[in-house]
Every structure is written in C-alpha cells, then in structure tokens.
Design a binder for this molecule. Structure first.
Ligand code: NAP
Length: 284
C-alpha cells in the first residue's frame, strides 16, 4: 500500500512560509504584488484566477485582476502587459492561459518582462532553467519537486520517467529531475514500448491529460507515482492521469487527484511572486 502524498498539507506549509517572508518584506517597505490577466469567460480559467486571488490574500500580497472581454485585440492585450511591466506595485504578471484563439499567446508571453514572469514561461526563463541558473521555476513542476522533497524521496541516480513533453509541464519537469541527478526518460505519444519504459521507473510522473491512462502494468513495484493530470472521468468527476485504484497498491508513494499536485501549483506561484519582489528590490 502506498503512502499518499498530501498536496494540500504541503501547499499550506509553502504558503505559510511565503506569508512569513512577505511579512518580513513589508517591514522593509516591500509589498509583493501580482497582476492576473484573464481574457474571455472560460469557466475553468475563472476558477483558477479566483483561486490565485484568494492565495494572494492569504499570504498578504497585493493582487490586481484585469478581466478583459473575449473580443480583446492583440494590441490591447500587449498594451496592458507593457503597462504592467512598468508598474512598480506589480512584481509578478500572470496571463491566464489558454487565451482566445485569435490571440498570439507566444507573443504575449514574450512581452512580459522576464523578472515579472512568475509562470516562468518566457524564453529567457526557460533558457535559465535549462542551464540550471534560475530564479523562477514553472509552478507545476516546481510543485512536484516540493512534494518529493516533503517526503525526502531520493532522486539522485534514480530512474525517472516523465510521460508528456509539454513546455509547461513535461519538459521542465524532466529538466528539474535531471538537475537532481535523476536518469530521466521523456515519453510522448510517439514513444514505442511505453509500458516497458514506464515499468523501469523508480519515479514516474504522468502529465498526459488522459483520464486514468497509467495502469498497474506500467508501474514497477514500489515506484513513486506522481499524477499531474487534471481530467474528467466518464461521469464528469475530476480524476488524474493515473488509475489510482489499480496503481496505489503497487506504489510506495502516490499523489491523489484532487489534493496532490493541483494545490502545489498556486503555492509555487506565490513563492515565485515573493522571489520576483525580492529581485526587483535588490534583496536577493
Ligand atoms: P499537453 O500539452 O496536452 O501535453 C500532453 C502530453 O502527453 C504530450 O506531450 C503528448 O505527446 C503526451 N501524450 C498524449 N497522449 C499520449 C499517449 N497515448 N502516450 C504517451 N504520451 C501521450 O498537456 P499538459 O498541459 O502538459 O497537461 C497534462 C495534464 O496535466 C493535463 O491533465 C492537465 O490538465 C494537467 N495539468 C495540471 C496542472 C496542475 O496544476 N495540477 C497544471 C498543468 C497541467 P505529444 O507531445 O507527442 O503530443
């Protein structure tokens, strides 16, 4: 039977630490501020944005929301980003993705000042992660690393398999495991022998976006299984990329969905915003 890694508890600890540090910064006259930009009325994006606002309140950050209609033009959005880049109260800028189809996401991300890019999606921050010299880490993979750390799970020399190669999860996830001396394999939709490859993993991270994709026969006895997925099952219920009921008895550690990786993403966003405030005030 696996130990279930409690993402809510770890996330609460991270946020409490951020709140303590934010308090100390305030004593030095620095109040961290996050701007969240949402374009259109995607209900899932609305929930994420509300949660980010709540987290800011909890840790004592200033938060500003910019809700723009779905008809917003590229020029209008770019103008807002440029304005926020100049705004001294704002240390972190987060543009909630996905943007409506007519907008160029890449251009918007590249317009964000890299020192305010608390999602760590800007090419400059991605490059820094690649060379292992970074201030910001993308929130979801950073959250996974924090969960592994919370259980003192050894990565050094371990076989790590990441399923998924997206820019926001799979690729940076693999890089962070590599920085901790894991032997990392990245799998994707063209991977041959997926089952055999996954079965070798001491640490298996699933970021596929297919409900209950990882079955027991893909998991080594005693593996650590991290489920990044946020999917809906056949009844519309939130579930992960891992078939929890099948896999849990074989794993040594496993993250549940909900309550695993999900709560970590926002906690790491708060950590990045704190770091951004420190950098911009010469406190690092
Ligand atoms: P994505 O951009 O759709 O990437 C999915 C990856 O899975 C792709 O690299 C794809 O391969 C691979 N894949 C698809 N089918 C596969 C198959 N049959 N076998 C092996 N690999 C396959 O998704 P994402 O943005 O990385 O998100 C992944 C999951 O994490 C989603 O459920 C998402 O909701 C969740 N998520 C959660 C959080 C959180 O805060 N917890 C944050 C972000 C994402 P190709 O590249 O070859 O197409």
């Amino acid at each position: 039977m696996a130990k279930i890694i409690d993402g809510r508890a770890v996330s609460a600890n991270v946020k409490a630490e951020v709140a303590r540090e934010a308090q100390a910064l305030k004593a030095q006259g620095v109040a961290p501020g996050l701007a969240v930009v949402i374009v259109g009325d995607d209900p899932a994006s609305r929930v994420y944005v509300n949660n980010k606002k709540k987290a800011c309140e909890l840790v004592g950050f200033l938060s500003e929301e910019y809700a723009m209609p779905a008809s917003t033009t590229q020029a209008e959005l770019m103008e807002l980003v440029h304005k926020l880049n100049q705004d001294k109260k704002i240390n972190g800028i987060l543009v909630q993705l996905p943007l409506p189809k007519h907008l160029d996401e890449k251009a918007v991300i590249e317009a964000i000042d890299p020192v305010k890019d608390v999602d760590a999606f800007h090419a400059s921050n991605v490059g820094k992660i690649m060379i292992g010299d970074y201030h910001f880490l993308p929130c979801t993979p950073a959250g996974v690393m924090e969960l592994l750390k919370s259980e003192n799970i050894e990565i050094n020399g371990k076989e790590c398999v990441v399923i998924g190669r997206s820019n926001i999860v799979g690729k940076p996830m693999a890089m962070l495991l590599l920085h901790q001396n894991g032997t990392v394999t990245i799998c994707h939709s063209r991977t041959q022998n997926l089952k055999e490859t996954c079965s070798r993993a001491d640490i298996l991270v699933a970021a596929v976006g297919i409900p209950k994709f990882v079955k027991a026969d893909m998991v080594k006895e005693g593996a650590v299984v991290i489920d990044v997925g946020m999917d809906r099952d056949e009844n519309g219920k939130l579930c992960g990329d891992v078939d929890f009921a099948q896999v849990e008895p074989k794993a040594s550690y496993i993250t549940p969905v909900p309550g695993g990786v999900g709560p970590m993403t926002i906690a790491m966003l708060m950590k990045n915003t704190l770091m951004a405030a420190k950098i911009q005030n010469g406190l690092t």
